[in-house]
Write a protein that binds this ligand. Structure first.
Ligand code: FAD
Length: 460
């Protein structure tokens, strides 16, 4: 019997178009492994919503592997140490993994290469992006910092590689190493069980991701305009499936690209934003926790009043229906519509003058698609502290945005105490019609002036 090949699974929980699994299955008996390490990512250890998704995604993949008489071995601890020990225990010839760019995983990849026994190699494969960091370069051979030239360069490289099918056979090892029991990891909330809204909203796993792609394919032509309308929910809702690697962007690209509609072209550029975010964290590993532009640290409010405002924002009680609808959608489903993410994030940073990193961490805990690159890049883009933006070029007016993007039905769905209001009142309910719904915590005009004033002072 030949030596087994370990597949180190991370955010790539799928069987099809999985280059690490494919390579391992061609080379010999396969041992798929997932290592849970709660310490390695520091303040970006998985939040509650991510842990919920991870549980169900692992369960789903174990089922699919089980149907092929294979399994996932679950282990806990420092990934390089655990994997090196497992390689020794099983006499593995290689560890295969898809490349990841979060700084803790880059470190783990380096450490693992060092820690493996001499007769075991680490084989890293590209697999989760249309263009991996480094795949496109500026004329002078450097990495792109700004999205638009980056996306043009990636578009010039399309189509992406062909999709890989599921391995025809997954050769089994002679004996299976011991595995933890998934239930013992306690990834699901129990006291209280706050995941009811997420269970109702999501189907988790590779099968569900492919089904969602199939169902949504008919909507891509209208994506260009539809994506901005939260009431109509016309975006793909593929983000958690893409984040966890239950589906690859290459699969999405090949499935949707045939129409070449305006909607598709816009959608393709959104997929490239994912790649851009990885490209950014590959260049600036602490981007999600450190402002790229200096000089704004004195800008943020702190103290009791700021804490009360932050709490109101997290609970969806700011008195701005569009912001509150988004924050409640996040709490209930682990997801928020992109247009509303922008409005809610801008409200925290500009209207409340609260440090964008507080928002980034809240989203990190609550989103099922919480992604180190995407979350950090978008928060810095909104706050104007990032590579590409000016601090106060984007003060979004929440009420105007709510009207412009026709959010009335979305607000009715997520802020039930306003459900009886008509379209004319719901974006900014008049005093006599608010009922139990709170007053605005600060008027938009006053907030705007306060923000511009603070910005001027910070600049001086
Ligand atoms: C403050 C803020 C925080 C965000 N945090 C995250 C996050 O943690 N994880 C995450 O996946 N997205 C994040 N986004 C980007 C975007 O809101 C979500 O990807 C999108 O809402 C997911 O819905 P969808 O799958 O229907 O997207 P679609 O509109 O259908 O887009 C298709 C795919 O393209 C990618 N994509 C779309 N927009 C962006 C974008 N602006 N940046 C990067 N990738 C994008 C996603 O993978 C998405 O699934 C954030 C945006 C903001 C403004």
């Amino acid at each position: 019997m030949s030596s087994p090949h370990i597949v180190w699974l991370r955010r790539d929980l799928r069987m099809a178009d999985q280059p690490a699994l494919h390579a391992a299955a061609e080379a010999g008996p396969v041992i798929p492994v997932y290592v849970l390490d709660d310490a390695f990512a520091g303040d970006h250890a998985y939040g509650g919503a991510s842990r919920w998704w991870l549980h169900h995604s692992l369960e789903s993949l174990a089922k699919s592997l089980g149907a092929r008489h294979s399994r996932i071995v679950l282990r806990r601890g420092d990934a390089p140490t655990v994997l090196a020990a497992l390689a020794k225990e099983t006499g593995a010839a290689a560890v295969h993994a898809i490349r990841h760019y979060e700084p803790w995983w880059r470190k783990a990849q380096t450490e693992l290469r060092e820690a493996l026994p001499d007769d075991c190699t680490l084989e890293l494969h590209d697999g989760n992006y249309l263009a991996e960091p480094g795949a496109v370069q500026t004329g002078s051979g450097g990495a792109y910092k700004i999205y638009t030239p980056f996306s043009k360069a990636v578009l010039a490289q399309m189509p992406p590689r062909d999709e890989l099918p599921e391995p025809e056979t997954i050769p089994l090892p002679e004996t299976w190493p011991k595995s933890d029991d998934l239930a013992d990891w306690k990834l699901l909330p129990t006291r209280p069980d706050w995941a009811g809204g997420m269970r109702a909203f999501w189907q988790v796993g590779e099968g569900a991701a492919l089904e969602r792609l199939e169902d949504w394919a008919g909507d891509v032509a209208g994506y260009d305009t539809g994506r901005n309308l939260p009431s109509q929910s016309l975006s793909s809702r593929l983000s958690p499936h893409l984040h966890w690697g239950e589906i690859s962007p290459v699969q999405v690209w090949h499935h949707l690209s045939s129409g070449r509609s305006k909607g598709w072209k816009t959608f393709e550029k959104e997929l490239i934003w994912r790649d851009y975010a990885q490209q950014t964290i590959a260049q600036f590993p602490d981007y999600p926790s450190r402002s790229y532009r200096d000089g704004y640290s004195g800008l943020w409010r702190s103290g009791k009043a700021a804490e009360a405002d932050f709490a109101a924002w997290t609970k969806g009680m700011t008195g701005y229906p569009i912001v509150d609808a988004g924050m409640r959608q996040l709490w209930q489903t682990g997801w928020m519509h992109n247009r509303v993410r922008m409005i809610a994030a801008s409200f925290l940073v500009k209207n409340l003058l609260i440090d964008w990193r507080r928002g980034e961490q809240w989203f990190w805990d609550c989103l099922v698609d919480a992604d180190y690159g995407n979350n950090g890049v978008n928060w810095q883009w909104i706050s104007g502290t990032g590579v590409d933006s000016n601090m106060f070029s984007r003060i979004m007016a929440p009420i105007t945005q709510s009207e412009k993007f026709d959010a009335a039905a979305y607000i009715r769905e997520h802020v039930p105490e306003l459900a009886g209001l008509d379209d004319a009142d719901i974006h900014d309910p008049p005093d006599g019609k608010r009922g139990d719904y709170p007053a605005q915590i600060i008027g938009h005009k006053a907030a705007r002036e306060r923000a511009l004033d603070a910005y001027r002072k910070a600049k001086d």
